[in-house]
Design a protein around this ligand. Structure first.
Ligand code: TRP
Length: 453
């Protein structure tokens, strides 16, 4: 279970959630996101883990086994193949952001060495200069790709050795430590201004802001953050013991993941408002706002360094799960060794990810899918992010809920899910009706916003 929490909690919570909340105007997005986690994400999460635990194999193989035992077509495993593709694409741009995190680890380490423990971080340097660290990195394509490669190599090392030892250590010790540090920074921030404004921004519901694209963004964020829709949690389900109650476990995973995202929002937005930054700064948001807070904190260099080291480990436990899925698939499909499969997948992710990294500088003007409204004006980084969270993950989740709700035999499902009575009936209703229908509707109004106008 800790490994699953490690997969779920990552850059999606600390980096992507605040960025998406800001880009989509705050309150309406956040509340709809919570709604999606509870009524769509959690039932799909339970569906994925139960497929995995029943199948006890890689994601496509687990789906195939359940389909065959239910007397249905083995080709339902296509839902997991979409997932493998999705995980590969997420991995490619995830490593780019992982590289940014490494850059900040380096920046704070250097600062600690030069200024020591007295006062805040980056002493004597104006806030604007600290804020410009990320744009500075964006201007240096070579460095950015080098850091992306470094992050990918570290991920590769863990996966090639087989997931367990190291990841278990990170999930058991560093994740709880991270949670406490993050909470402490948030509480400190709550006393230094901007908190009330942030709470209003994040939790006030203005119905007119809940447009199709905002709803799709919220569903996409819920799936991205819970590692859903791309078969990641099917794989984790296969590691879960027979004696574990899957419904309880899924609830804990969803609860912990959402708690970290909301803490990230409550940590970052007060700084944004107190410092007069733009809430819709997108991917740069976390990286520009937090260092400003560390500037004002006692022993800020050390706290900043610890913080970014822990963000790095949270990202690593997620990227390991992202690399694991396509690697396991390749190994089974082509009968090659684990190491060869890991290296092949990584090489592909490196090439695709480099295009994403360079879309912040050399390829800034390259908008390859301008003809499609969903991708208009986007560079490679945003295209890869959008196609996974707003297309592949919702489609994967629709297929998963149809498979579990309608195709798989009730006997198999009931034996796995750990629910009884009214809760069981409610879950079945969500999986059969609400998830597929709501997801299809959100996908439609999200991709074609003119439908609701
Ligand atoms: N959920 C992770 C995060 O929030 C990212 C992630 C890990 C993921 N594994 C995944 C996303 C599988 C989709 C699918 O950072």
């Amino acid at each position: 279970m800790l490994a699953a929490v490690g997969s779920a909690v990552g850059l999606g919570n600390m980096w992507r959630f605040p960025a998406e909340a800001g880009a989509n105007g705050g309150g309406a997005f956040v509340l709809f996101y919570i709604f999606c986690v509870v009524l769509i994400g959690s039932p799909v999460l339970l569906s994925e883990t139960l497929i995995g635990r029943h199948g006890q194999a890689s994601a496509p193989e687990s789906v195939r086994r359940m389909a065959i035992e239910s007397g249905k077509s083995r080709h339902w495993d296509a839902l997991a193949s979409i997932g493998v593709l999705g995980a590969f694409i997420v991995l490619s741009f995830y490593c780019v952001v992982g590289g940014w995190v490494l850059y900040y680890v380096g920046a704070f380490a250097q600062d600690l060495v030069t200024t020591g423990l007295s006062g805040g971080a980056f002493q004597g340097r104006p806030a604007e200069e600290v804020e410009a660290l990320l744009p500075g990195l964006f201007g240096n394509g070579t460095l950015m790709v080098a850091l992306q490669v470094l992050f990918l190599l570290i991920t590769l090392y863990f996966v090639a050795r087989g997931v367990s030892g190291g990841i278990e250590f990170v999930a058991t010790w560093l994740m709880p430590a991270f949670f406490i540090l993050f909470l402490a920074i948030t509480i400190y921030g709550a006393f230094t201004g901007g908190f009330a404004e942030a709470v209003t921004y994040l939790f006030s519901f203005e119905p007119e802001r809940l447009t199709g694209p905002v709803m799709l963004a919220a569903v996409g964020q819920a799936f991205f953050s819970l590692s859903l829709g791309v078969a990641g949690m099917i794989t984790y389900g296969s590691y879960v013991g027979r004696d574990v109650n899957l419904a309880g476990t899924s609830t804990i995973i969803a609860g912990a993941d959402t708690a970290v995202a909301l803490i990230a929002g409550l940590c970052i937005f007060p700084i944004v408002f107190a410092a007069g930054l733009e809430p819709n700064a997108g991917p740069a948001l976390m990286f520009q706002s937090l260092p400003r807070a560390f500037q004002d904190m006692p022993v800020g260099s050390l706290i900043g360094l610890l913080f970014f080291i822990m963000v790095f480990f949270a990202a690593l436990t997620s990227s390991v799960s992202l690399l694991e899925a396509p690697t396991a698939w390749m190994k089974d499909k082509f009968g090659i060794s684990r190491v060869v499969a890991t290296v092949t997948v990584s090489a592909g992710a490196l090439l695709l990810g480099a295009l994403a990294a360079l879309s912040f500088n050399t390829l800034e003007e390259w908008h390859p899918l301008n003809g499609m409204s969903l991708f208009a004006g986007m560079g490679m980084f945003d295209i890869l992010d959008t196609v996974t969270s707003k297309v592949l993950m919702p489609i994967g989740a629709i297929l998963t809920s149809i498979f579990v709700g309608w195709i798989a035999s009730r006997r198999l499902i009931d034996a796995e899910n750990g629910l009884t009575g009214g809760l069981h009936r409610f879950w079945l209703f969500l999986v059969r009706w609400l998830c597929p229908v709501a997801l299809m509707a959100i996908l439609l109004v999200g991709i074609f916003p003119s439908l609701t106008e």
